[in-house]
Design a protein around this ligand. Structure first.
Ligand SMILES: [Zn+2]
Length: 210
């Protein structure tokens, strides 16, 4: 790769046989990758990424992120996280997020963090087993920054689904007043999800990430 080229995180730069990895790079199986956005600098056998004049940050623990559920497996939902711009800084999502579909059985908080101990039995059974489904756009909080993914939790009022489609017919959904269910405008199906307090409030969502 020639010098001064702009790269994005995850872009392949060279092999360890060609260069020594420098600033803002990482090595996987002998290949050097960029860990930050910037321009490639190679001198004295060393390759690094210069971020001069740019303010780039990496998404980290406890941050709120926004993304789309792209894959739904038995016990985990995969979320493609958008890069976001906050306070003039670009935060880059280097990895996908994942949400564990089943919360801890006892003790731990439910998706909403609400205590349902005194709720009638029927209400308790209505708690969705999955907080969101394939295709939903969600806000999540980064709970753990794992090696290959961000583990997301939906434990805050503003976390959860911010837009989605009916699981039966793909129709548009409108939120009920209690914000406990999303009703399909077309077929009337009641979609149980963990709904964000910012559902359909695009201006407030923008403010959260501004
Ligand atoms: Zn429907």
């Amino acid at each position: 790769m020639s010098g001064n080229a702009m790269v994005v995180p995850g872009e392949r730069l060279a092999t360890e046989e060609e260069f020594v990895p420098g600033d803002n790079t990482y090595v996987e199986e002998g290949v050097i990758f960029a860990s930050a956005m910037g321009s490639v600098v190679s001198e004295g056998g060393k390759i690094s990424i210069s971020q001069a004049g740019r303010s780039i940050k990496i998404i980290g623990r406890d941050m709120m992120v926004i993304g789309k559920v792209t894959e739904s497996a038995k016990s985990v939902l995969f979320v493609e996280i958008d890069s976001i711009n906050m306070q003039g800084k670009d935060y880059l999502a280097l990895k996908d997020g994942k949400i564990l579909a089943k919360p801890p059985r006892s003790g731990g908080p439910r998706f909403g963090g609400r205590d349902r101990g005194d709720a009638p039995r029927e209400a308790r059974e209505e708690t969705p087993t999955r907080p969101c489904i394939l295709g939903d756009t969600i806000i999540g909080r980064v709970q753990f920054n794992d090696k290959d993914s961000y583990q997301l939790t939906l434990d805050r009022p503003e976390t959860g689904v911010i837009s989605g489609r009916c699981s039966l017919c793909g129709g548009e959904l409108s939120c009920n007043e209690e914000r406990t269910a999303l009703i399909c405008v077309d077929c009337g199906h009641v979609n149980k999800r963990k709904i964000s307090s910012l559902y359909n409030k695009s201006e407030e969502i923008k403010r959260l990430f501004a």
